[in-house]
Write a protein that binds this ligand. Structure first.
Ligand code: UDP
Length: 322
């Protein structure tokens, strides 16, 4: 039997490259498209020799390229998007364009060829709601349009709504995954992500920069657990037309995370508290707590995040040391 063929948009990024690897291990043929805007060829270089792997360095905004790639696959994992709080704040227009137009192009072509789409969305969707843990059907609470951060949540909400409309009106099979904070080797701190930033600071002996008073919380999941869950959902017929939270539901404050990184890396860095305004500019809004309710994905595919935060932090430390 021919191998199933997966197209991974944004496949040279952090999550995309791990997903490509996991799909190959599960006997898929994988084609990655990435414009290397935030991804890196280094993330996929080790896959280059594999017969089951192909890549195209191009943008998902090219309709003709996407039409051909989508025609040639069975399932699309659509990850290509603007990523990271810093990146979105610094590149607002580009983020809007890639997130909205890119997804529109993917969904249109997928509908033309009737290919399944697994759409990557984000916990950012819930905005600054304090009603944790967040369930997929919960209300979303966003700040004003003048606060740049919220444009990311709005664009991803448009993506979700477009995908749901294709399912309702055209019976295009789609699955939506809302990723909560996901970490592991290859993630870069360049676009804002806190764990690789802390690890790099600790290894260099620089101050570990906690924004605000560090009492805000997040739940950090291993990229290995997340890509395993995503493939599980892609292969689950019951999941079609549905939205799923994915990540970890073990909560930690950012101050505790800084202490953990310092301890596990044996660093002598000091922990420095930096006002939000200094870190992100005026009028920035952060969310106090971000915790997923994972009961839906547990019920559908028996998802269970397995890797502990200590192990995740250690894997990032080892990767950066290497
Ligand atoms: N953060 C921090 N120091 C940094 C980078 C981020 O204290 O150097 C904080 C950030 O303000 C937020 C949390 O860590 O409260 C997680 O930030 P990240 O950008 O990784 O993800 P998100 O805010 O999207 O959950």
């Amino acid at each position: 039997m021919a191998k199933p063929r997966a197209l991974v948009t944004g496949g040279a990024g952090f999550i995309g490259s791990h997903l490509a690897e996991a799909l190959i291990a599960k006997d898929y043929h994988v084609h990655v498209i990435d414009d290397l805007s935030t991804g890196s060829f280094d993330n996929i270089a080790h896959l280059e020799k594999d017969d089951c792997f192909e890549y195209t360095i191009d943008t998902v905004l090219d309709t003709r390229v996407m039409d051909k790639l989508i025609k040639d696959c069975d399932v699309i994992f659509h990850l290509a998007a603007a990523v990271g709080v810093n990146y979105v704040i610094e590149n607002q227009l580009r983020s809007i364009q890639v997130n909205v137009k890119g997804t529109e192009i993917v969904l249109e072509a997928a509908n033309r060829w009737k290919r399944k789409v697994v759409l990557f969305s984000t916990s950012e969707i819930y905005g600054k709601s304090e009603d944790v843990p967040f369930k997929e059907e919960d209300d979303r609470i966003l700040g004003p349009t003048t606060v740049t951060r919220w444009s990311y949540a709005v664009t991803k909400a448009i993506d979700e709504i477009m995908a749901l409309a294709y399912w309702r009106e055209k019976k295009l099979p789609i699955v939506i995954v809302r990723c909560f904070n996901t970490c592991g080797p290859r993630q870069t701190g360049q676009y804002g992500m806190v764990l690789p930033r802390f690890v790099k600071q600790a290894l260099l002996g620089n101050p570990i920069t906690v924004y605000g008073d560090g009492s805000q919380t997040r739940c950090f999941a291993s990229v290995y657990d997340v890509v395993g869950g995503v493939i599980g959902l892609a292969e689950c017929n019951r999941a079609i037309g549905e939205i799923f939270n994915i990540g970890s539901d073990v909560e930690i404050t950012i101050k505790e995370l800084a202490e953990k990184v310092k301890h596990l890396s044996g660093s002598s860095s000091k922990i420095e508290f930096i006002p939000y305004e200094k870190a992100y500019g005026r009028g920035f809004e952060d969310m106090r707590r971000r915790v997923p309710d994972l009961s839906k994905i547990r019920a559908y595919i028996g998802y269970e995040p397995r890797m502990s935060l200590d192990d995740i932090v250690m894997s990032v430390i080892e990767h950066m040391r290497a």
